[in-house]
Write a protein that binds this ligand. Structure first.
Ligand code: PMP
Length: 308
């Protein structure tokens, strides 16, 4: 790695970045039988602050449930490891990637006998969808790949194997000159992005697909809903959104821990609104950055401060 960081926490120990290795016959590598999180830690005047850490941890343990994956470490142990990684590597801000997966034993599809391995890495990570994305918005394409339904694979679990769908959709979009994809669910309604939830603004109100639409229960999605309501906006958080409604929206935006709040300015060949960041998107986005960078003091319970 070219990054100025050298340590990964793996299976209870801090190891050198280059030593954090696994066997090639690891179950999770063959069958995607892992679960993970993506979390941001922001630089604030009180030092690094992990945003909604407890909820990310909760989702990690919940993701493991349908797979019978037994994470043998407590939330306290994973928190301590993460905080120590950030301190040791002197990171002012970073992205945090906790991962748990079935390790090496036998290679039947049944993971019986496979140990659960757990790792946490942290590294500095800039804007996910490009430098200009937050201000100018991104061009996206409705993917020809549908999202798997929650009846096929639990979509509220953040499972490693699921991300081949995200890869197909995202790469198809990029091959066609777009920055990111929008994925429809099996019914043909709007689900989400490959690594983002999606919001639609129409006639001054905000809509986002409900959890029954085969989406991930995004933590930035929850945040955006709360912040928008606090600003007085009406938010419909169990919406069913047709593909057609994307093109006629006044504004569209993505939410995600990596993508933060990113405006969408074009879908396929249709410009959205004025083709720039819309005013309601800007309101929610600036409330979000004021919050995570702690320029406001509310929702302090959402932050896990790393400084001693
Ligand atoms: N949907 C998918 C498929 C994702 O991978 C992500 C990123 N974790 C999201 C939505 C956004 O979730 P969050 O805000 O919790 O990062």
């Amino acid at each position: 790695a070219e990054m100025d960081i050298d340590t990964i926490w793996m299976d209870g120990e801090f190891v050198d970045w280059d030593e954090a290795q696994i066997h090639v016959l690891t179950h999770g590598l063959h069958y995607g039988s892992g679960v993970f999180e993506g979390v941001r830690c922001y630089a604030t005047e009180h030092g690094p602050a992990i945003f909604r850490w407890e909820e990310h941890l909760e989702r990690l343990y919940n993701s493991a449930k349908p797979y019978g994956l037994d994470i043998e470490y407590t939330k306290e142990e994973l928190t301590e490891a993460t905080v120590e990684l950030i301190r040791r590597q002197d990171l002012a801000s970073c992205y945090i990637r906790p991962l748990a997966f079935y390790g090496y034993d036998s290679l039947g599809v049944s993971p019986e006998g496979c140990p659960t391995q757990v790792a946490i890495a942290c590294w500095p990570w800039g804007t996910y969808l490009g430098e200009q994305a937050l201000e100018e918005g991104v061009d996206v394409m409705v993917s020809s790949w549908r999202k798997h339904a929650s009846s096929q694979i639990p979509t509220n679990a953040k499972t490693t194997g699921l991300y081949v769908n995200s890869l197909l959709a995202g790469e198809e979009a990029r091959r066609n000159g777009y920055v990111e994809a929008i994925v429809l669910n099996k019914e043909g309604n709007v689900a989400e992005g490959p690594g983002e939830n999606i919001f639609v603004v129409r006639d001054g109100e905000i809509y986002t697909p409900g959890l029954a639409e085969s989406i991930l229960d995004g933590i930035t999605r929850r945040t955006a809903i709360t912040l928008a309501r606090e600003q007085g906006y009406t938010v419909h958080d169990e919406a069913t959104i047709s593909r057609g409604e994307l093109y006629t929206a006044d504004e569209l935006f993505f939410t995600g821990s990596a993508a933060e709040i990113t405006p969408i300015r074009l879908v396929d060949d249709v410009q959205i609104g004025d083709g720039t960041r819309g005013p309601i998107t800007e309101d929610v986005q600036s409330a979000f950055f004021d919050l995570v960078e702690r320029r406001v003091s509310d929702h302090d319970e959402w932050f896990h401060y790393v400084s001693e």
